[in-house]
Ligand binder design. Structure first.
Ligand SMILES: O=C(O)CCC(=O)C(=O)O
Ligand SMILES: [Mn+2]
Length: 209
């Protein structure tokens, strides 16, 4: 392995996608082992399977989730009331703030139990997040592929970004305006994965623009 490979494991990369501002860290130092953290979050989080409303029809989300922070949050017709910060989540928030230089007041945890759990293509464009939100997405557990699809440029292929354990993806600037993202189901066996998206919620609103 060359020194440049070693360095790039810890350094920031800017992803070369038009109409976006995406920063990627292959591995962030969280001050403790990723595996212990994953186990603790799986065991101690009050996981919910939310019912969401899509075009007037109710569905159960194909994953578990939990919302922690200072304010409530609305999306896809549901309202999430916040659970309080835990000591572990506050430590993680401080690490992610130090790495990204942004401040956050909330975190959405998503638990993908296996290959059948997924997240549909969407953009995080709720008015409560402001016009150009900075969203920092930390991945723990099994690697899954993050898909990014431009909303109007049909000539651009879907960008596939594997999110390994310990990686951090910062979406900011125009990213949510021009791009949708999501996580597909997989055909091969996947072990549990938790994704934490740190966000800054501006005010209590009604959700979608
Ligand atoms: O699991 C992921 O990597 C994506 C999570 C996400 O897009 C979200 O929570 O809005
Ligand atoms: Mn999202």
């Amino acid at each position: 392995m060359m020194i440049s490979d070693l360095l790039s494991e810890f350094e920031i990369e800017r992803l070369p996608l038009v109409d976006s501002d995406l920063c990627f860290w292959r591995q962030v130092d969280l001050g403790r082992a990723y595996a212990g953290l994953l186990g603790e979050l799986i065991d101690t989080t009050d996981w919910r399977q939310q019912e969401i409303n899509v075009y007037g029809k109710a569905y159960l989300q194909p994953r578990l989730s939990a919302w922690h922070g200072d304010l409530g949050y609305s999306y896809s017709g549901i309202r999430l009331e916040p659970q309080p910060w835990t000591e572990t989540l506050l430590v993680l928030k401080a690490c992610i703030e130090a790495v990204t230089g942004h401040q956050f007041n909330s975190v959405l945890l998503n638990y993908y139990r296996d290959q059948n759990d997924s997240m549909g293509m969407h953009s995080d464009d709720e008015t409560d997040l402001g016009a150009q939100p900075a969203i920092a997405s930390l991945s723990l557990g099994d690697e899954r592929t993050f898909l990014l699809k431009h909303k109007s440029r049909r000539d651009l292929k879907t960008f596939k970004l594997p999110l390994p354990e310990g990686s951090l993806l910062l979406m900011q600037g125009n990213t949510q305006t021009y791009w949708r993202h999501g996580i597909n189901k997989e055909r091969y066996r996947c072990r549990p994965r938790i994704n934490l998206t740190f966000r800054k919620v501006m005010a209590v609103g009604t959700g979608k623009k």
